[in-house]
Design a binder for this molecule. Structure first.
Ligand code: TRP
Ligand code: ZN
Length: 496
């Protein structure tokens, strides 16, 4: 991670890294092959993963869906007992009163018999819940919305849930040193960035990346404002009675933290990249001068990454700059968002690389977040090299030379729940990939990367699966290399 990229978070993250340095690394975190969460075997095949299979589904007691999906570091994130296929969100937002109101229609499949199950929802008032069209009982406890359908759902059944709700969304503040995230009200609308678990601040969900689903958004805002979500706009927005409704559809599976409904005044530019991919760029009028740069760079970089990482996984690319001074960016699927700054090409390269690493190939559990951030940071180095700035090797050497860097005491392959986005996960994660590239050679490394994005396209993956694929494709035993770079709390020995 670099200080320019996430300025507001860097001091917190570094402070946490220093505190973390005094904590002994638990022995179980040293394993090269991490154990999988409940419901998934660590040695799961690296073959094509079904688009919407949830990698870490937990099974609750009897017929009660578990209140968490089975990520040991985030025990209440997501839920067990079912797998969401689709979210249909119909929401209206009024920036004057900050009221969000509407309904979520969720299509799910039971993975066990269910007499009750949970959705994640933070704040907001639920007025009615139905399951299969019939009114269902519901209760709230913390961020769990517990639903009791009138009739038992059998394992394997598909079922529809609707939740009607309203209120003033409360973003998550200061959880795990992450600042404020989730649904954030701005002066003219909303800025919605939800990693790791802020989707629950604006819609009831199975809020964990192990359960991916398709999405439709029907978003109503006061006339004159724009509502931006993931995927493609369906038709021309309709205005009546002083309000405009935008319909967006994301037809590729998406994790909940990448969903957005960013609203406000925006200037929009659309078109196609040189390779023919649709591009949607939007900027708050305060960033008027950045619209063309955002549009052009996003188009060019997406086309370039398609040659390096494999075919672009989604049906459009783009970006959004809002005037909310978050100071960070998030790789929202199809539309990365930049919070209050005009991004340099390196940051755009980072967020667009996430479309492959994180968005299409998603985490099974948060401990493996270097699979997102290490890859996206390494992409920045590749972009630097491609544009004739520093080479990836020069960047690697520069970081390696600093023996006092706190990242050496933080093994990036075992991201800590209280400090998930530590600089080590970014920089040392990228260094691990560079060390691998040097060990197996450019030809094998770049075919490995393409194979990785193809094998897990639209699915979920783990570090163990990446290690297994690298060993299979290189024909080398790489346990020592990955152990030194990802799992040891010290600086690896210099190689060549
Ligand atoms: N994934 C983001 C990046 O590096 C960083 C990030 C983590 C973030 N949590 C966030 C951004 C919450 C916005 C909100 O590109
Ligand atoms: Zn990132």
């Amino acid at each position: 991670m670099s200080a320019h990229r996430i300025p507001t978070r860097v001091p917190l993250t570094l402070a946490a890294a220093l505190v973390g340095a005094t904590t002994a690394c638990a022995a179980s975190e040293g394993a090269v092959a991490p154990t999988a969460p409940a419901g998934q075997s660590a040695g799961q095949s690296t073959g094509q993963s079904a688009g919407q299979s949830a990698g870490a589904l937990a099974t609750g007691e009897g017929t009660t869906g578990a209140p968490g999906i089975g990520d040991p570091d985030f025990p209440l994130d997501g839920n067990g007992g079912y797998d969401v296929q689709h979210y249909g969100l119909k929401l209206s937002y009024d920036p004057a009163t900050k009221q969000l109101a509407g309904s979520a229609a969720i299509q799910a499949k039971a993975v066990q018999d269910l007499t009750s199950f949970d959705l994640d929802l933070h704040g907001l008032t639920v007025s009615r819940v139905t399951v299969g069209g019939a009114a269902a009982g519901f209760g709230r406890q913390g961020d769990e919305l517990t639903i009791t359908p009138a009739a038992r759902i059998s394992k394997g059944d598909r079922f529809d849930v609707t939740v009607d709700y309203a209120g003033v969304p409360e973003p998550v503040r200061d959880y795990a040193d992450l600042g404020t995230y989730g649904f954030v009200a701005t002066s003219d609308g909303s800025f919605v960035t939800c990693e790791p678990n802020g989707a629950k601040t604006w819609f009831p969900s199975n809020d964990h990346p192990a359960d991916k689903a398709t999405f439709d958004f029907t978003l109503t805002v006061p006339q004159g404002l724009t509502a931006i979500a993931n995927g493609e706009l369906d038709g021309t927005p309709r205005t009546s009675g002083g309000k405009t409704t935008y319909v967006w559809r994301e037809k590729h599976p998406m994790v909940t933290y990448l969903a957005t409904m960013t609203t406000g005044k925006f200037e929009v530019r659309t078109g196609r990249s040189a390779q023919g991919l649709p591009v949607y760029a939007a900027v708050d009028p305060a960033f008027h001068g950045s619209l063309d740069h955002l549009y052009t760079e996003s188009a060019q970089i997406t086309d370039y990454w398609s040659t390096v990482f494999g075919p672009y996984p989604f049906s459009s690319t783009g970006g959004v700059i809002d005037d909310f001074a978050a100071g960070y960016a998030l790789e929202n699927q199809t539309k990365p968002i930049y919070g209050g700054f005009s991004p340099e090409d390196g940051i755009i390269a980072h967020e667009l690389a996430h479309q492959w690493f994180g968005d299409s190939v998603s985490l099974t559990r948060w401990k493996d977040v270097w699979l997102n951030e290490g890859f996206a940071t390494y992409a920045e180095w590749l972009w630097s090299e491609h544009t004739g700035k520093g080479t990836a090797d020069a960047l690697f050497q520069r970081y390696y030379a600093n023996a006092a860097d706190p990242m050496w005491s933080y093994p990036p392959g075992a991201a800590r729940p209280a400090d998930l986005f530590n600089g080590s996960v970014y920089t040392r994660g990228a260094m691990a990939l560079h060390a691998l590239r040097k060990d197996i050679g450019d030809a094998t490394f770049f075919s490995l990367i393409k194979k990785w994005t193809a094998a897990h396209r639209y699915g979920n993956a783990t570090t163990a699966e990446f290690v297994a694929l690298a060993e299979r494709m290189s024909g080398k035993s790489l346990g020592g290399l990955f152990d030194a770079w990802l799992f040891q709390p010290k600086r690896p020995a210099a190689t060549t």
